[in-house]
Design a protein around this ligand. Structure first.
Ligand SMILES: Nc1ncnc2c1ncn2[C@@H]1O[C@H](COP(=O)(O)OP(=O)(O)O)[C@@H](O)[C@H]1O
Ligand SMILES: [Mg+2]
Length: 338
């Protein structure tokens, strides 16, 4: 007779439409029973609409039929909320003192680094008034939602993304909301999105040290913070405020990234320090955290972002950043588990 494991394997190959991850990865598979000539599969009904339920039922029946020689196959749905099934390993927030320093880009690149290492990653775009994550991943699909939750959009590398930009009628629409509404939206992204099982959830925080980033840090169970800065004096000055804020909130700063550190002139290969001498180490010392990378201003990277192809980026500098970031992230995953 067919075993539970065989049924589980057959089902794990099904990808839930609209999100493209398996029932197992989404943590929706509650139980499989094989007894008395019957196979009963129980699925948590979180963020799944009726149409998708029917699809799942049919697909489970056809894939299990192939191995279950004549057994009766039933799929049962039990009501659930995303918060009942979500299992997020670590939440890492990406923070900067000011806007325009590449915080969103570093969030995207960090997710790419982890995904290339085979980790399951999600990005919660908490920059409600300046959302830029979907654009760099080339995402245009509207998320599917039902009364029990919202399905994230998935990238080519399998990175789950939720952003206010995905919900807007038109991606150019501006979001002019007041603080409480913004924090409500972020809370909703955390509680009502079916993230499923994730090793990491990266949060692209709003810039600065005002109310918005503060609420996010207090609303979400952030385990650690990555600070992004540029060599500009102003940037490194305000970044210190960000460091202070993280420390006040008891959130460990895992590392510092200096972005737009220099520009390499193509003809000569010379490095031009557009924003002045690097201050990355200084900021890292102030944060009492490692300097993970000093990344150049790279026109190729800007072009890939504009084309929605950030996942194709690959340079020796990025590889070095990936390695440093992944190591730090893995360490944070191992420590203080829970
Ligand atoms: N290292 C870099 N090389 C080239 N372009 C960059 C780099 N970092 C950021 N950019 C570009 O600069 C702009 C601002 O970056 P973004 O990540 O949106 O900043 P923030 O989130 O801090 O406001 C974007 O258009 C982005 O593609
Ligand atoms: Mg941004």
């Amino acid at each position: 007779m067919v075993t539970q494991d065989q049924v589980s394997k057959a089902i794990s190959e099904l990808l839930v439409p609209g999100v493209g991850r398996s029932l197992t990865d989404l943590n929706l598979l509650k139980s499989i029973e094989v007894a008395d000539g019957k196979v009963t599969v129980t699925v948590a009904n979180a963020a799944i609409g009726e149409g998708t339920q029917d699809w799942i039922r049919t697909k489970i029946a056809t894939s299990v039929e192939k191995i279950a020689d004549g057994l009766e196959i039933t799929t049962e749905f039990v009501d659930a909320k995303p918060t009942d099934v979500n299992q997020v390993g670590k939440v890492i927030a990406i923070m900067s003192g000011k806007g325009g320093v590449g915080k969103s880009l570093i969030t995207g690149l960090s997710a790419v680094a982890l995904a290339r290492q085979g980790k399951s990653v999600g990005i919660l775009d908490a920059d409600i008034t300046g959302p830029s994550i979907p654009k760099m991943f080339g995402m245009k699909t509207r998320p599917i939602s039902s009364k029990s939750g919202i399905l994230p959009i998935i990238s080519h590398l399998g990175i789950e993304v939720m952003s206010i930009n995905l919900m807007l009628e038109n991606e150019h629409d501006a979001v002019i909301w007041r603080g409480p509404v913004i924090s409500g939206a972020i809370k909703q992204f955390w509680e009502e999105v079916l993230w499923g099982k994730l090793d990491y959830l990266l949060v692209d925080l709003p810039p600065g040290t005002a109310d918005a980033p503060l609420t996010v840090m207090q609303t979400l169970p952030v385990n650690g913070v990555i600070i992004v800065s540029t060599p500009q004096e102003l940037a490194s000055m305000v970044v210190r405020k960000a460091v202070t804020m993280a420390q006040k909130l008891d959130k460990p700063v895992l590392g510092v990234v200096e972005n737009m550190s220099y520009l390499e002139i193509p003809e000569t290969g010379k490095r031009m320090e557009l924003f002045g001498k690097s201050r990355g180490q200084e900021v890292a010392d102030a944060a009492n955290a490692p300097l993970l990378a000093t990344l150049p201003l790279d026109p190729k990277l800007a072009a890939l972002c504009d084309a929605g192809e950030v996942e194709k980026y690959s340079t020796p500098e990025f590889d070095a950043f990936s390695k440093a970031f992944t190591e730090i992230a893995l360490k944070s995953l191992k420590s203080n588990h829970g």
